[in-house]
Design a binder for this molecule. Structure first.
Ligand code: SF4
Ligand code: SF4
Length: 142
């Protein structure tokens, strides 16, 4: 149960170079990589150190020819699948505020019964009740 509750972290993947796409623009990707995961080879193409890559995608954004892409390891793909399932499950699960305990529902229904047959007239402007209305709110005569 505790295991199920554990939050699954979305894997970010790693950047990689798409073969033959780099135009050696002057190391824009290297400059943009804050964790210093990129070094350039002797023809001006990036070499990405996976130990340092955080999957931030900054290098992808600055590359003028879209020569970089993200990829996921098999472990990350599995984790991504689990993350997606957990996300869908939490999206469809009723929120705590929406789930009213049966006991609470019963109490509310009983309370409303006390007021059956009571008519309430409230002066309103643009959907807002007039201030004086509050003076008349209270249990109705039984
Ligand atoms: S994804 Fe981020 S950390 Fe990884 S190589 Fe690109 S800029 Fe560097
Ligand atoms: S930003 Fe793109 S074109 Fe420039 S060096 Fe990096 S991969 Fe090559």
């Amino acid at each position: 149960m505790e295991e199920q509750k554990k939050k699954i972290k979305k894997p970010l993947g790693f950047a990689r170079l798409i073969p033959k796409k780099c135009i050696a623009c002057g190391a824009r990707c290297e400059v943009e990589c804050k964790p210093l995961a990129i070094t350039m080879n002797d023809v001006g193409e990036p070499i990405i150190d996976l130990e340092k890559c955080t999957g931030c995608r900054r290098c992808l954004k600055v590359c003028p020819v879209d020569a970089l892409e993200m990829y996921f390891t098999p472990e990350q793909l599995k984790q991504l699948e689990e993350w997606e399932l957990a996300r869908k499950a939490s999206a469809t699960a009723p929120q705590a505020a929406e789930v009213r305990p049966v006991e609470e529902e019963t109490k509310a229904a009983a309370k409303f019964k006390e007021y059956s047959g009571v008519w309430v007239y409230v002066e309103q402007t643009d959907g807002k009740p007039a201030i004086v209305s509050g003076s008349y709110w209270g249990p109705g005569p039984i």
